[in-house]
Design a binder for this molecule. Structure first.
Ligand code: 5GP
Ligand code: ZN
Length: 143
């Protein structure tokens, strides 16, 4: 992998560089994790690559192992520390999906059966044809 990209205007790059304080929970050569300042539940952490990559699409595949390992280690510790019963891992990509900080990050959110949060509402396909046709379009784009 090449040199780690940095963005001097990025709040998460500043946190990694120590210019902005944070409550750090994990650090490796390539990955950093700290508590979200506005947690969904207490213990909500953010796992981020040290390099400045805006969204999932820019993340180098070579970071996959390190990110997955950090998500597992941090997720396990967050669950234990918060005495949680469940765990959500989430990633917002682009403004329309709720991404506010344009440095790719994974939310690690401890969950409780009675925490009152609900997941996304669901929609319906008008037919199996519509669903299969969309699946075909997606498959063709992946090829
Ligand atoms: P997004 O909406 O981009 O997926 O999530 C960005 C997250 O970063 C939000 O949950 C927000 O609370 C958190 N955040 C933004 N600025 C700071 C900060 O300066 N420190 C910490 N610890 N979290 C931050
Ligand atoms: Zn950044």
């Amino acid at each position: 992998m090449g040199a780690t990209p940095r963005n001097t205007d990025c709040i998460f790059c500043k946190i990694i560089g120590g210019e902005i304080p944070c409550s750090k929970v994990f650090e490796s050569e390539t990955v950093f994790a700290f508590l979200d300042i506005a947690p969904v539940n207490l213990g909500h952490a953010l796992v981020i690559p040290k390099g400045h990559y805006p969204q999932l699409g820019e993340l180098p595949i070579a970071l996959g192992n390190d990110l997955l390992e950090a998500l597992k280690v941090v997720g396990n510790a967050v669950m234990q520390a918060a005495k949680a019963e469940g765990l959500n891992i989430g990633m917002n990509n682009f403004e329309a999906a709720g991404q506010l900080v344009m440095h790719a990050h994974f939310h690690v959110i401890p969950r409780f059966a009675d925490d009152g949060l609900t997941l996304w509402p669901s929609k319906k396909y008008t037919s199996m044809d519509e669903m299969n046709s969309l699946a075909e379009t997606i498959r063709n784009l992946i090829k």
